[in-house]
Design a protein around this ligand. Structure first.
Ligand code: IMP
Ligand code: MG
Length: 182
């Protein structure tokens, strides 16, 4: 149960989709899966900014093997609610991932266009392996066929906020995930 109430930033119209405790339970399970899948390796987890910063921060604390982190920032939606498919790198990687076991950590995969772009871009650096983890997946919206190795929750086609996910850059600091009803 959350010890923090967030009434000041919660709109009455928001409906809770995934509670803080359920998110943490699921991340713990995914952390164990990653740990097993990466036995004997020192993976590098790449958080996709901005949304992925909270998932990455919580997830690495459920992975009990040595791992590194880095971040990449790409533009996808801007302030819109639909992916344009025109994606730019706003902050490149700092780490050299050649020969490394890489896990990309996303907040949400919607059309999959951002992921398709990222996969192609990161593959060019010749990592030893490239896997994908996402907390949320709107499976019915996928426009491209990309296998996702670790999925937290498959969700319906609704716009969601909280736990890193924003509505026009706000609400990322909500501890649970909510559906914006409009
Ligand atoms: P895709 O390229 O369509 O898969 O979009 C992925 C990105 O769009 C995510 O990393 C999010 O930043 C953003 N996004 C997609 N769906 C939502 C949503 O329901 N709420 C907030 N952001 C979203
Ligand atoms: Mg994202």
């Amino acid at each position: 149960m959350s010890i923090v109430t967030q009434k000041k930033i919660l709109d009455e119209s928001y409906k809770i989709l995934i509670s803080e405790s359920r998110i943490q339970e699921r991340l713990q399970e995914i952390g164990s899966e990653i740990e097993q899948a990466c036995e004997g390796q020192t993976p590098i987890l790449i958080g996709v900014l901005n949304g992925g910063f909270i998932v990455l921060a919580d997830l690495i604390r459920y992975i009990n093997i040595d791992c590194e982190i880095d971040f990449i920032r790409i533009s996808s939606y801007g302030d819109e609610k639909e992916s344009s498919g025109h994606i730019k790198v706003l902050k490149p990687l700092s780490a050299d991932i050649k020969g490394r076991h890489v896990i990309v950590v996303e907040d949400i995969v919607d059309s999959g266009l951002s992921l398709q772009f990222l996969k192609k871009m990161l593959s060019a650096f010749e990592p030893a392996s490239l896997r994908i983890a996402t907390l949320l997946h709107k499976k019915s919206r996928m426009k491209v066929n990309i296998p996702i190795d670790f999925v937290g929750f498959e969700i319906e086609d609704k716009f969601v906020i909280g736990y890193g996910l924003d509505d026009r850059q706000l609400k990322r600091n909500l501890r649970s995930i909510y559906i914006v009803d409009n």
